[in-house]
Design a protein around this ligand. Structure first.
Ligand code: KG4
Ligand code: ZN
Length: 339
């Protein structure tokens, strides 16, 4: 009689920016996924790295405890510990990395390091429907804008990227111009719901092939708003929904144009979006509509798997566990985690 393979329990930790998150997996089944947000940054209009590291230190033990409790398991049942190695803020990454490393050493179990951007893509494998290989993933977050050709769970190639700002930054920085607090992306989305997306036209920088550029667009919004404010100091307050809807439409057009090109060039109709900006309602609609028009199968993650979360680290770690891709536990190595 053949033996059933034993299940593995994985604890995953994500601490690359300003969210402290822990998740537990039994094989590829997500048992818990908790995120502690850090409100402390709001008053500064952006993430303050030093404050983020301190908040991670305060949050990490309670968040891990709750994730284990919600999953109904104890530390001694864990078979591996995974963490985000990068990219991210160095101080924030170090908190997650040292915690995970200490725990793995204490329990005598493997440690698995995970690339944050790869994890955003693999968030699509946490639940059904899952894309089939090869597929394209538009990964859009606060720090990155990438078109990724995904050949298998662990084999992916970035075929398009930004030369300056990321799409999330374009949302956040233009929101700041409008006086909205950080992070502005979700607020632009909210105000855009009642605005006219064609009310204003902003500059769209031309970039070759599958590249993106958002810094010229941001400057174009700044100059347009400043010009109008000289004529009417209340210009923003009177036109906020139209401004947000126009900003959102322009960013989405820039993203969709290159995604369509990538799909055509690679002759692929399996198309996914991932990362914090994939929570944007306009982008979600645009993907669905373009998919219908061009016969794509589209994959849009549930909201909790769009923004930073440890479940995406856990599912990536599961595939690495199956391949035996473990990381060194030598104590000095933690100092070399890159941003
Ligand atoms: O993936 P993520 O949580 O963190 C990074 O890895 O950067 O992405 C955060 C980014 C921020 O720029 C935030 O403004 C943006 O995602 N974002 C949104 C929305 N929700 C989050 N942007 C536009 N519309 C949204 N609904
Ligand atoms: Zn992210």
């Amino acid at each position: 009689m053949s033996q059933q393979p034993k299940s593995v329990y994985l604890l995953a930790i994500e601490s690359s920016c300003d969210d402290t998150s822990a998740a537990v997996f039994k094989d590829d089944v997500n048992l818990s996924n908790l995120v502690a947000n850090q409100d402390v940054h709001r008053q500064f209009g952006g993430v303050v790295p030093e404050l983020a590291s301190r908040a991670h230190l305060q949050n990490i033990i309670p968040v891990v405890d709750s994730a284990l409790q919600q999953a109904g398991i104890t530390l001694d049942q864990l078979n591996a510990v995974a963490f985000t190695r990068g990219p991210g803020l160095i101080g924030s990454l170090l908190v997650g990395a040292t915690f995970a490393k200490g725990l793995a050493l204490t329990l005598g179990i493997p440690l698995i390091e995970v690339n944050h951007m790869q994890a955003h893509v693999l968030a699509h494998f946490i639940e059904d429907p899952k894309p089939s290989f090869p597929f394209l993933c538009l990964t859009v977050s606060g720090g990155h804008t990438q078109i990724v050709l995904v050949k298998s769970h662990l084999d992916m190639e970035v075929i398009g990227t930004t030369t300056d700002d990321a799409a999330g930054e374009a949302f956040d920085k233009t929101a700041k111009i409008l006086g909205l607090p950080y992070p502005g992306g979700p607020l632009v989305d909210k105000y855009a719901q009642t605005g006219n997306p064609k009310a204003y036209t902003f500059g769209k920088p031309k970039v070759d092939d599958l590249g993106f550029s958002f810094s010229g667009f941001k400057t174009s919004v700044l100059y347009a708003v400043q010009k109008q404010q000289r004529l009417d100091p209340d210009f923003i307050a009177k036109n906020l929904p139209d401004l947000c809807a126009s900003i959102q439409r322009t960013i989405i057009e820039m993203l969709m144009e290159k995604l369509e090109l990538a799909a055509k060039q690679n002759n692929i109709k399996e198309i996914a979006i991932a990362g914090g900006v994939s929570a944007n309602s306009g982008l979600r609609n645009a993907i669905a509509e373009t998919g219908q028009r061009l016969g794509w199968n589209t994959y849009i993650p549930r909201f909790e798997y769009c923004t930073d979360n440890a479940a995406m680290i856990g599912i990536t770690a599961y595939y690495k566990y199956l391949q035996g891709e473990f990381t060194t536990q030598d104590v000095g190595a933690v100092a070399r985690y890159e941003i």
